[in-house]
Design a protein around this ligand. Structure first.
Ligand SMILES: C[S@@+](CC[C@H](N)C(=O)[O-])C[C@H]1O[C@@H](n2cnc3c(N)ncnc32)[C@H](O)[C@@H]1O
Length: 295
């Protein structure tokens, strides 16, 4: 399958992730972050900026019933396992609408669970019905390809790094499995909005915890490519897949914005990702050529 966008460290594909993954080389990816459809677009309402708003995220988020939804999760997780390196790990995010099915599908594919992380959102939207608790967290399952794998985990950085965004993390103590991270900041939506965009602080932590510089990270449901921005900004390479061109176009804008930011701030020099650094230098000299595929 042709790439939708290609630069040295950031590649995007347009299509169903199951098919695209089948075309990628086996054992080629160090870490996968997947934020699959939660299948919660069921005609109900939520609260956005203090107002009642439909939870319809898009046709891609409409469920097909429990059995078909589970089959879908089993299939894409099977293809992810094929492309993942033997020492690789996978992160899957979801709410109660999807995460239990994803857990079963991971188990059915023989993955080995490492952790489930509770991502607590201190600024979650209020509940309008006042008939049950206000949803204010998502769950992230972290699993490795096989129980015997020697997976990457940057323990010292997690323990001793600066995690100012998280009021639960105390300096110099072990990183625990409940993370307090706010929803995306307005500055993360400068190039446009994705209805289920993840915060950069969350993906930054995931990338730094479970990969090393030069590694390749893949996101089969890339959306606005928060994963890709976190990966490249931290010296990793990225492959993203999405069925919707409009989200890939938003991803490209975010990526080009990152390149410009690094050029302007002269931050590229300190990056260990050689290919991204080269791209920043090309941008600076006006020779930057990363482009969308022409149809
Ligand atoms: C929950 S959103 C991901 C949001 C992303 N984490 C971000 O920060 O922007 C899921 C994405 O998966 C895409 N999608 C849904 N079904 C897909 C499929 N079968 N293959 C590839 N992408 C799919 C949707 O278009 C949507 O952008």
């Amino acid at each position: 399958m042709a790439e939708y966008f290609h630069s040295n460290s950031f590649v995007l594909y347009n299509g169903d992730c199951i098919k695209v993954l089948q075309g990628l080389s086996e054992n080629s990816i160090d870490m996968i972050f997947a934020d699959p459809p939660y299948f919660l677009s069921n005609g109900s309402f939520t609260c956005r900026s203090g107002k009642r708003a439909s939870v319809k995220k898009g046709d891609w988020d409409i469920g097909q019933g429990s059995i078909k939804n589970l089959e879908f999760h089993v299939k894409w997780l099977k293809e992810c396992k094929r492309v993942l390196k033997d020492n690789g790990t996978i992160w899957v995010s979801g709410t109660y609408h999807s995460i239990y099915q994803c857990g079963v599908a991971l188990e059915m594919n023989g993955y080995h669970f490492l952790n489930d992380i509770t991502w607590f959102k201190p600024n979650a939207a209020p509940n309008l019905s006042c008939r049950f608790f206000t949803a204010s967290h998502e769950t992230l399952i972290w699993a490795r390809k096989d129980k015997k794998c020697k997976h990457a985990f940057n323990y010292d950085l997690m323990k001793n790094g600066k995690w100012k965004e998280d009021s639960l993390k105390k300096d110099g103590t072990q990183m625990r499995s409940v993370w307090s991270i706010g929803t995306p900041k307005p500055s993360e939506k400068l190039f446009g909005k994705h209805p289920t965009q993840k915060p950069l602080d969350l993906l930054r932590r995931i990338v730094l915890a479970s990969t090393n510089k030069g590694d390749t990270v893949l996101d089969p449901f890339t959306g606005s490519s928060t994963t890709g921005i976190a990966a490249v900004a931290n010296g990793r390479n990225f492959v993203g897949i999405d069925t919707e061109e409009k989200y890939l176009d938003l991803s490209i804008k975010r990526y080009k914005g990152l390149v410009s930011e690094y050029v302007e701030d002269k931050k590229a020099d300190c990056l260990h990702n050689k290919s991204f650094r080269q791209e920043c230098f090309l941008e600076k000299s006006g020779k930057y050529k990363a482009n969308k595929r022409t149809k």
